[in-house]
Design a binder for this molecule. Structure first.
Ligand SMILES: N[C@@H](CCC(=O)N[C@@H](CS)C(=O)NCC(=O)O)C(=O)O
Length: 202
């Protein structure tokens, strides 16, 4: 059976990079519609206007983590199989990264440029930076000497964590934990990540 047609909607400067990276790791062809949130190309498929959206033969899937886990499951790579204890541990790591890194960065972004100005709380950034540093130390300890987040293999949570570290740099949240810094250096070398980050930029 042939692969479905994949279309990724969203600019690479957003969480869309996660979907592009997974497709590049899988070596699958895709189309990339590099648009900002809330434009008609997005709201047509997802009324909230958020990106990324992945169209699988025209059927939309939203939310970057759901998208990359779907792709990993569908192609049997970069994930432990569903229904195994290894998968439960991998999912726990993915959710931990979403709580401890993605949510902190996203709150920072909301209070910088997403929320209406009168709803932004100026002081929240200091508190978030402290939390981000504390969470790095915790997560670095949890990773220990692992090459990848879940052990010896590159899996879905590696894409989420590395993307959060890239995001942190551009949002001026310092990455300081030595384990995470060394990990970030290793992950940045992945050719599929480099290809993904240049998608839509010409
Ligand atoms: N949990 C979603 C979050 C999607 C999201 O908030 N995307 C941002 C760009 S990274 C967006 O579209 N923001 C526009 C908005 O919040 O209105 C995911 O992981 O895809």
């Amino acid at each position: 059976m042939s692969n479905p047609t994949y279309t990724v909607i969203g600019a690479v400067s957003s969480r869309t990079a996660r979907a592009l990276w997974m497709l590049e790791e899988l070596g699958l062809p895709y189309e990339h519609v590099a648009v900002k949130p809330h434009v008609e190309e997005v709201t047509r498929h997802y009324p909230s206007g958020k990106v990324p959206v992945l169209l699988v033969d025209g059927t939309p899937i939203t939310d970057s983590t759901a998208i990359i886990q779907y792709l990993a499951d569908a192609h049997g790579q970069f994930t432990a199989p569903a229904g195994t204890l290894d998968r439960a541990r991998q999912d726990a790591l993915t959710h931990c990264i979403l709580d401890e890194f993605d949510a902190v960065l996203w709150t920072g972004a909301r209070h910088s440029f997403i929320l209406p100005e009168e709803r932004r709380v100026a002081g929240v950034k200091d508190s978030l930076r402290w939390e981000f540093a504390r969470n790095q130390t915790r997560f670095g300890k949890r990773m220990g000497d692992n090459e990848f987040v879940a052990g010896d293999n590159f899996t879905v949570p590696d894409i989420v964590l590395t993307h959060c570290l890239i995001w942190a740099k551009s949002a001026k949240f310092e990455v300081t934990d030595p384990v995470l810094l060394a990990y970030f250096d290793r992950m940045r070398e992945r050719p599929a990540l480099r290809r993904a980050l240049s998608s839509g930029k010409s």
